[in-house]
Ligand binder design. Structure first.
Ligand SMILES: Nc1ncnc2c1ncn2[C@@H]1O[C@H](COP(=O)(O)OP(=O)(O)OP(=O)(O)O)[C@@H](O)[C@H]1O
Length: 313
């Protein structure tokens, strides 16, 4: 197997570079056939991965070093290129690292590397695919597609001038919690329409919508406890804002990883999901932002090969 390392040195406020330096030192003493490409600007991981998909010889594996956003972009490049699937592997170096939790990859770069080098077979995972029916735009998600409250937090955190500084001083959680409190009071309720069998279920006071491919969001919050990344299905949770007391209870349950037990939450599961929000809302796809707008979404599943042995449970 020949490995192509795709490195985002800026992910996790410099964790990407530190992880690569450790991996590079380790590889120097090993008989491993590898090459490297370095991401130089936002959007570059997608271009590099697409180029790799188009020209790779048989047996190559793309190893992404970065956060969930870098992995999302790289896999988008591989899948959207339409080439024969190139196995992917991952060394987590972001702040949230939710995919690593969902697939069970160590956050220690050398341990994650050993999970790759010791691997002997390809492991199929599920990838969420979305199609925006009003625009025809398509894309993928490995972790989740959120609309409303959580996407408003992602938006505020991504655009916070203090993000780099807080991450650097290990205060990223503080930034997240302060943005969450702000979004709790500013995010309005909105109408959500979910197709359920032959009928449409309407939630006039939707507040938070998360379609998940595995259990975790926001750096380890368990939002879909029954969801498995190896199973060909997705889970959608719709949380309503019925009143302040009910909402505070639901948000507390969300923070504790028990949102699916809240009476304000409604869960839909399936290989395909379809839902609409006609008013403009924030959205987030694996932490990346599609912009504030209305959504008319159709979600489906796709299998993709991972070249990395998951850690034992
Ligand atoms: N050289 C670069 N300089 C700045 N941004 C880059 C560079 N290369 C890639 N990016 C962009 O960085 C963005 C975020 O990366 P990523 O999500 O991996 O890290 P993070 O935001 O620090 O981690 P997390 O998502 O866990 O918070 C992606 O949109 C990616 O395109």
């Amino acid at each position: 197997m020949r490995y192509l390392f795709l490195i985002n040195p800026h992910s996790g406020s410099g964790k990407g570079l530190a992880a690569w330096q450790k991996v590079h030192r380790y590889l120097a003493g090993q008989q491993v056939d590898y090459q490297t490409v370095v991401s130089k600007y936002p959007g570059h991981p997608r271009e590099l991965a697409a180029a790799c998909a188009d020209c790779r010889p048989r047996g190559d594996c793309l190893v992404v070093i970065g956060g969930d956003g870098t992995l999302h972009e790289a896999l988008t490049g591989l899948i959207m290129s339409g080439s024969r699937p190139c196995p992917i592997a991952y060394i987590p170096a972001g702040t949230g690292n939710d995919f690593a939790r969902g697939y069970r990859i160590s956050t220690d770069p050398l341990e994650a590397l050993r999970q790759i080098l010791n691997n002997r077979r390809s492991h199929p995972i599920n990838v969420g695919r979305y199609r925006e029916l009003s625009t025809g735009q398509t894309g993928i998600f490995l972790n989740n597609f959120g609309i409303g409250f959580d996407a408003a937090i992602v938006h505020a955190t991504n655009h916070s001038r203090a993000k780099e500084w807080l991450n650097h001083h290990h205060l990223g959680t503080f930034a997240y919690v302060s943005k969450a409190l702000h979004a709790l009071f500013t995010q309005p309720a909105f109408t959500v329409r979910v197709a359920d069998g032959g009928k449409e279920v309407v939630f006039p006071r939707g507040f938070l919508l998360i379609a998940s491919n595995h259990p975790y969001i926001g750096g380890g919050i368990c939002v879909a406890p029954d969801q498995r990344i190896t199973e060909r299905q997705l889970e959608l949770v719709v949380v309503e804002k019925r009143g302040w007391l009910s909402l505070l209870g639901a948000m507390l349950a969300f923070a504790c990883g028990r949102i699916t037990t809240s009476s304000a939450a409604h869960v839909f599961r399936g290989e395909q999901l379809r839902y609409r929000i006609q008013s403009a809302q924030y959205g987030q796809v694996d932490g990346e932002e599609p912009g504030r707008r209305a959504f008319d979404l159709e979600l489906a599943c796709q299998e993709y090969p991972v070249w990395q042995e998951p850690l034992a449970k």
